[in-house]
Design a protein around this ligand. Sequence first.
Ligand code: UDP
Ligand code: MG
Length: 139
Amino acid sequence: MATNRTFTMLKPDAVEKGHIGAILEKINASGFRIVALKLTHMTKADAESFYAIHNERPFFGELVEYMTRGPIVAAILEKENAVADFRTLIGATNPADAAEGTIRKLYAASIGENAVHGSDSDENASIEAEFHFAGREQF
Ligand code: UDP
Ligand code: MG
């Protein structure tokens, strides 16, 4: 995947609360082009695999439970400097620490239920996009 792309998920809490439209609007208004987009539902095995890097952490069980309790919106986004700029747009992992106007400040409830995912590197953006989208879905 090109290095000007990142991967995001609008997590189950954001979908449950009806925030899909508002968050996508903010993403577009911030200069990201939506390259791929779908509503999907992760299985337990999907979430365990997607978040495997955290499998020794105390919150892992809760994270898998949360990420599988309802549908998510998965998307690939394109913009110059996409990974870093999207992390800035979403704000800190804990919404209490997130800057004003960021997606997590606006829509996240807690450090666990924090509304949105953003890849942390070009390499992970590519791995995560491949996890959720077939090649023919990534234009
Ligand atoms: N998480 C959690 N408790 C923590 C840290 C993280 O429940 O103390 C969850 C949260 O949903 C977070 C995800 O695990 O988004 C992945 O954690 P990471 O440190 O990678 O944060 P992110 O990259 O999402 O900001
Ligand atoms: Mg992370």
